[in-house]
Each structure stands twice: as structure tokens, then as C-alpha cells.
Design a protein around this ligand. Sequence first.
Ligand SMILES: [Zn+2]
Length: 474
Amino acid sequence: MYTERMHEPFFHLRELPGLHWPRAPSGPVAQSWAAYRELDRLQWLSAGEIAAHQLRQLQALLLHCWRNVPYYQPILKAAGYPDRPLASLDDLRRLPFLTRQLYQTHFAELRARTMPAGIVEVGSTHTSGTNGVPIKVLKTNWDCLWWNAFYLRDLEWSGLDPRGRLAAIRLVAMRPEDEPQALAGLEFPGWSELCYDLLESGPAFAMDIRQAPRRQLGWLRQIAPDYLLSQPSMLEHLAGLILDDGYGLPGLKVIQAIGEPLTDDARARIEAAFHAPVKNLYSTNETGYIASTCPAGHGLHVHAENILAEVLDEHDRPCEPGETGRLVYTALHSFLVPLIRYDVLDDVTLGSGPCPCGRGLPLWSKVDGRRHTLFHLPAGGRKSSMGATLGLRKVGGVHQFQIVQRAIDHIVLRVIPNRDWSEHHAAAMRQVMHRELPVPVRVDIERHETLPKPRSGKLRVVVVEMDQPAPCPS
Ligand SMILES: [Zn+2]
């Protein structure tokens, strides 16, 4: 049921010269605004209505795959396509999973030969590779449109008013030459490109996550943000420093936790130190927005207009409400490189029953995904391992890698070389580690056939052995 809301609109449109009333977006941003407004309406549909729309969108995606995507043609044929088209969302289980390894190996065949009218490729990016298998991601104009629309929905749900001051501590410098500026902190007049053209927006500030946590805190106190965005591991570390100092960030209204799972413990510690609520955003580079905190605080709502989520137990059967399982999703607008039953290597816990907030979107109580470990530095210092992970990924020459910090001055890099591997790659990897760790450090490179995985089956790309519990004295 669609409930008309009577409150003031959350966003304030930027004023255009000569156009005071009624104000309406024009030009390219008008489409993003219209898409956001449509999402605003769809969230109030019932769960059944949402599932029916998902099925129709899924049928369109599969028909496209059948006609245009070489990788999926034999898979769909084996599943009885086109004689037995999908009659329900449960039918999707006839199709196999798409793992990151399959995606990497079959990238050329996964790419659609022809695209539906109006969808065009506009660029490419990479996933961060923090799970050891970085993958290339191609973006279309549709991806950008829906990215913008979900960005606006997430801001509204999280209560992040773009007229305020936003501080982000995240990976900012993608190239070594940009690091000095990114470590010092950057200032921008607006929150995003979309805000520049569409919304009234306050300033945004960004600092690279590899800066020393104490320096990060000093910078935050100087800029006095209304909103803070970072990864839970970093926020938890900053929370510890604030509790030590006895004073925090007065005026902070909301914290947004991104890029890593947020445990209940971490949320409690962060909220106690900062005196601000923590909102969780779960997104991936492959697909964009997946789930965001329910505005009424009942867990996370899946952005079901973007993805069809399946949460499966160890026998690949759907989990019951309240159970934790492995997330496998289908990206409903992924027409260029379709992601069908994509195994993202994260676990989620299903919520119970319909959400009291009235939204029909699926409800999760939490996401248990990956965490970016902090390296130990001398004198008790810590540093995010994210830069090292990304740096090694750029070097290439390997199928997978794992960073093990044995001691403050000793790193072991375990690699599964690919056919391009050479001593040049080994030297470049050592260089990355020497750059990322500001102390003389011994870097050993070990070549492996496979890498050890814990029982969860998820490879931990960064292992800090100094964090492991000491063996019991015998
Ligand atoms: Zn809700």
C-alpha cells in the first residue's frame, strides 16, 4: 500500500537563475531526480507487489541473456530455457551460482554482444579486491542513473542532509602521487557531482584512511562536521581515542558506516564515544546500493528495485526469518555484464516479519561481510591495510594473494602466481609494502598453489598474526 507522506521534502533543490517557483530539476540530473522519486513511491508497495515487479524485471534480464550473452546461453538451455521460462522467483534456483572466479575467468563471454536500446557503456572500475579476487566492472548509463537515485534514497533514509558539513575518512588517493594531499585532507564545495547540479549542498571534506588515527581525529575536530562517513574498523579505533581523551566531536549528528560489516558491539562503542547514531550502508562496486539502514531503525532494507537477494543455508536452501546465511544476488539492471545468482562472499541475517515502518522492501537484521584489518605500527600505532591491498592488486601477476603481518617489521605475502608472474611483480609488491608501512620491514614472498581458507570458506586477505590469541602455555 502506498502511504502518502505529508511531511516536508527532505532535499532542497538548488535554485536556478530566474526560476524560483515551482522549482524543478532540468537537464541530465532531472532523470536521476525522477528515478529517486519513483523509488520513494515503490518502497511503500507490499512485499508481494515488489516480488512481482522483480520477477518481471528478471524475466527481461534473462531473455536478454538468452539472446545476447554467450556465457548464459548454454546455462539457460540446460535449465530448460526458453521452453520453460521462469514462472516464479523460486525458479531462479534452477540456474547455477556465479562466483568471482567464474566472473574473472569468463569475463569476455559474460559481456553482452548487443544491448537494449538506450543502454550504453560509459566507463569501467574495479572492485577493491579485498577478498583476494579483484574483478573488473563495466558501467552503463543505467548503472549511473540508478546509482544516483539510490544515493539520494540512502541519504534520506540515513538523515544525511546535504546542506550540512560532511567528513569522509576513506581511501581517497588511488595513485601514490596523490597521497600527500589526501593524507593532509581535502575540501570540496559540495557533497557530490549530483549535489552540485541538483541540490543545495554544504561543504565536504575527505581524508585518506591511511592517515594516522590521531591525526584523523585532530582533523575532524578542526572541521567540526555534521556527518561522518568511514569504515567501522576505523570508526571503532577513533571511538577508542575519543574515550581515552574524554572529549569527542560536539555537533556530530549522524555517522555512516560503509565498506565493512558493522557488528552490534562496534555500533555500541562508536555511538557511545561519538554520541551520534550509526547508519549502515551496504554496497558493492559491482552493483552499487544493496541495503541501507531502515529509517525507523529496524535493521537494513534491501534495495529490491536494484537487486534480487537470496539468503541461503549451507545446503543452498533459502534461510528462514532470523537465520544467517550466504548472500547470493541477481543485479536486476546488469545488462552489460549480467550478474545472476552472484556469490558476493558476504553473509547476512534475515529480519523477522514485515517491518513496522511500513516499507515492503525485504528486511535484514545485519550484514556480516568483510573487514579491513589494521596493521600494527611501532609505538602502538595502527594503519588501515586497504592501501596495501589495492596497491598489490594493481601490481597484478597473481590469481590471489594474502598479506600476513607476522611482526611489526615482518610481512609475508602469499601469492598464487598467474602465467604473467615474474620477478618484476615480486619487486613491485615489495615496493608497495615498503611504501605502505613506514618502517623498515622484511617482505617475504611465498608462492602457493592454493591459499588456506578458514571454515567460513572466505579467504582473509589480510591476516595480522599479532592479533591472534597467544597459544595456551602447555
Ligand atoms: Zn523499516
